[in-house]
Design a protein around this ligand. Structure first.
Ligand code: SF4
Length: 239
């Protein structure tokens, strides 16, 4: 893989994972830095302190991928937010040259980059985090966000140019239950929409470490309600 030009800061690498791409054994690359500051983020080091973390050389990753090639041909690129890096395209291009299938995790803030990667066949699967109803994004993300871009990413993904999933991490006190169902209604008809449990560990805003996640029963109830809403294709409304 070539690594000159805009280099993507790779701060983590998992050689084998069963959980980052459902149904596939994959390797995982973690890029440093993010344009959001979600208070509940549990990758706070990657977001806030990535400059202090050592870079993992691409040649190391490349040689490990070659070694595992006969049983790993899927790779997940996650962060942080991978799309903030100018070198992302080239990084993925190098992986595709090694015949890897690529999944991209994104917060949806760069729809044009997403579209280009899809149009050029650079990614095979996208997982987009939806943080909450669009009108509350600065609250969910801790920064001002161009909502139009988030909306564009959602619409583009839902058009089905690429296999996909949406995910929402639900956080007691930050999200009201209604917020979760408002998002589900907006996403009605989506192929996959996963409600993820909040983990009060290593959070970007330390005060979130004192928040108790939803109880298993409550989580199940919310997931069931969300699944029902998502299945109701004709119920999509503006957020
Ligand atoms: S949870 Fe938020 S702050 Fe953390 S990596 Fe994802 S988008 Fe960035």
């Amino acid at each position: 893989m070539r690594s000159e030009g805009h280099r993507v800061p790779i701060k983590g690498f998992i050689e084998t994972s069963f959980i980052d791409w459902k149904g596939h054994l994959s390797s995982v690359i973690f890029t440093g830095g993010c344009n959001f500051r979600c208070p509940y983020c549990h990758n706070s080091d990657l977001v806030l302190r990535c400059r202090e973390m050592e870079d993992i050389p691409l040649r190391h990753i490349s040689s490990r991928l070659k070694k595992f090639r006969h049983w790993i041909d899927h790779i997940v690129i996650t962060g942080g937010e991978p799309t903030i890096h100018k070198g992302l395209y080239r990084l993925i291009e190098g992986l595709k040259k090694q015949d890897m299938s690529v999944k991209l995790d994104t917060n949806g803030s760069n729809p044009e980059i997403l579209k280009k990667l899809v149009a050029d066949g650079m990614i095979d699967y996208v997982a987009m985090d939806v943080k909450g109803p669009l009108n509350g994004y600065p609250r969910w993300c801790g920064v001002e966000v161009d909502i139009e871009k988030i909306e564009k990413s959602i619409r583009f993904i839902m058009e089905g140019h690429i296999d996909y999933e949406f995910r929402m991490t639900i956080v007691p006190f930050l999200h009201k239950e209604k917020d979760i169902y408002d998002v589900a209604r907006y996403m009605a008809g989506a192929k996959r929409f996963f409600v993820q449990e909040f983990r009060p560990k290593n959070t970007l805003d330390p005060s979130y470490m004192t928040i108790e996640p939803f109880s298993p029963d409550k989580l199940k109830e919310i997931r069931d309600n969300v699944a029902r809403i998502i299945a109701e294709k004709d119920d999509a409304t503006a957020l």
